[in-house]
Design a protein around this ligand. Sequence first.
Ligand SMILES: *Cc1c(COP(=O)(O)O)cnc(C)c1O
Length: 366
Amino acid sequence: MKINVTKSTMPPYEEYIQEISDIWNNRWLSNMGPKHQQLENLLENYMDVPNVSLFTNGHLALENAISALSLSGEVITTPFTFASTTQAIVRNGLTPVFCDVNPNNFTIDTEKIEELITEKTSAIIPVHVFGQICDVEKIEQIAKKHNLKVIYDAAHAFGVKYKGVGVGSYGDISMFSFHATKVFHTIEGGGLTYRDDNLTSKLNSLKNFGQTTSKLVEYTAGNAKMNEFQAAMGIVNLRYVDKYIDDRKKVVKRYEEYLSDKEGIYLLSDQDNVQHNYSYFPVLFDGNVYNRNIVHDELESNGIYTRKYFYPLTSTFDAYDKEFNAQDTPIAKDIADNILVLPLYPELELEDVDKICKLILNLEVR
Ligand SMILES: *Cc1c(COP(=O)(O)O)cnc(C)c1O
């Protein structure tokens, strides 16, 4: 038996074939064709946001968001995230300034943002970690007061709503990833959501070599367009995403039956006023009653593949040549050292969840 940490959802084969047959007829394979247009409209509706702009992947969407807002100098962000967040900042020639996270839900600690603001700060780039949403109201207050832009890395937060509104409506721009392993996918893909309608033409230009509709090149930019086959996958997957999320929720609730309120184990819980997407099932071990590395290795020897995610902190990557210090964000460091993401996907059998939990609970080390 082998259980991976995730398994990509696949819509019915015939439905995808049906969807892409149009492409053979119209020979429009990329460059914002009809599928692309249709998916943007469908997503604006599903995600409950004013605007969606599609990209070839989430990472390039984030790089283009930074570029669209012409950020400069320093950006306040967190190191408890996927490589993409920090890489997007650095690749845009900006300096990441790492803020610690709060221990309750691993998102940016809003009490610690203001002390990091300098005259060089141009933006805050927080992350909705594991689909838990940041304190969006407090962040908006801080950003207004100091005249900063806000871009959310919302890669984990597809379909999440806060107070009945799509979470992508907060901040200046939010980036969603539609990678094969995410709750909703377009094979590879990503999207930016935003309220300001004026951004639409700039984003369309930035993803297409900086060309404007008149083919003049107005911005320094590359190629980040989503193609029609990706968009078709999105159109078909979107029909099933509510069911996928429902099935994920059942798995999460089963895990919770075993692992909630156990000494030495901390789980994330549902947030007030939030409609969650159950994208990941992270477990934080205390290192005392349970040890993360032991649990990881023991499960692996039973054919169960978990993931130390996010570990290590992005601030400690070799690429950044010891420029940053993990000790500056002690809570994030502690979480990275003790976190383990368990298998979660819509088709995961509840009996397998039982088995995984029983194995874990047998691994008390004290
Ligand atoms: C998946 C992910 C990304 C990047 O998305 P891609 O679509 O794979 O480029 C960025 N940030 C986080 C937190 C992610 O999980």
